[in-house]
Design a protein around this ligand. Sequence first.
Ligand code: MN3
Length: 229
Amino acid sequence: MSSAALSRVGFSQAAIGAQANMTGPYVLPPLPYAYDALEPYIDAQTMHLHHDKHDASYVEHAAVAGRPDLASRTVEDLVAHLDSVPEQVRTAIRIQGGGDANHSFWWPTLSKNGGDAPKAELAKDIDAQFGGLSKFQEQFSKAAGSVFGSGWAWLTLASGGKLQIESSANQDSPLSNGRTPVLGIDVWEHAYYLKYQNRRPEYVAAFFHIVNWDFVSGQYAVAEKLQSA
Ligand code: MN3
């Protein structure tokens, strides 16, 4: 995967619309919708805390780790090439920068008008590789339910065009393993505990009502381009 392709503009921000202040790797992007937009599936209080406190903290601490020699690179690029990051700040970039990258990726994949079905190439490839949307959802939900402790479940694209379901611990990003996220779900308790408490499967089921498949299907075209670069 080429470094140049992993710009915020090209990767996570393109489809949110032009938000002029997002020029550096260490800026918290605003939510692309209202805090209560995802009700009743994700409550407004959770969104306030999750975006304004948790995500803000990742961005802030990634900034602490940031140095002038790294500031010209996007956080996605740093996370995708951890070997190129100086050892003194590598862990901070991995855990805080990873949190920044994962959440920036995630917010725009949700929408109150979501929950329908994948489109275009993504629909075809999910059918071909998982045997249909419901089978995909079943496997993805299983992966989300199986994360022990804090982490994420992902649909990712590997080189060669293979879609796969995987999970990651803490804020590790699939980018660090050369794969491009297509869809993800944050299963840290901060993402759902106020409303769902210990009932993570209910949160995962609710998630599928708010997946912005239009956006995700558009991102898939970007992912395909990155993986063939
Ligand atoms: Mn989170």
